[in-house]
Design a protein around this ligand. Sequence first.
Ligand code: NI
Length: 185
Amino acid sequence: MAILKIARMGHPVLKRIADPVQDPTDPEIHKLINDMVDTLADIGGAGLAAPQVHVPLRVVIFHVPGARLAAEDQVEGTPPPGIPLTALINPEITPLGDEMVDGLEACLSVPGLAGTVPRYSRIRYRALAPNGSVIEREATGFHARVVQHECDHLDGILYPMRMRDMTSLGFVEELRRYEDKEAGD
Ligand code: NI
């Protein structure tokens, strides 16, 4: 088990285009993924991209709690199950339609802050799993958002670069305080 150090905004590893993984079954890649899983479990959060732990390779991990999906995916009527911890190697995203939706995002590499970011509301993504098999899924809501956020890290993009209205950027502590006031607490 290894907890890895998180690169913060400003570090060059977060600005570059990450390199494709040549062999997803390489034990070194599996070690990287295991360490990323340990790191995410330790620090908390929905996902982590390899460049965030100073490794410029096209690898991301993420998970989606069922409650999070249910809260934002009300189109189907029935809450879908959560997405278990998933590792994506060399992921590719295809938007399904032009519709974009705003949502609040935060990032372990931009600690303490959150801001409103537009993302495609429906996507298809394709990637390799650590055993070399192909993962192909369609995603909506928070699931689509977290995959777009994590995959952006592989292209040197942090969420503030996607924001359209910088006035929504703020410290999480202050945003929560303001929300409480709005709610009348
Ligand atoms: Ni991030």
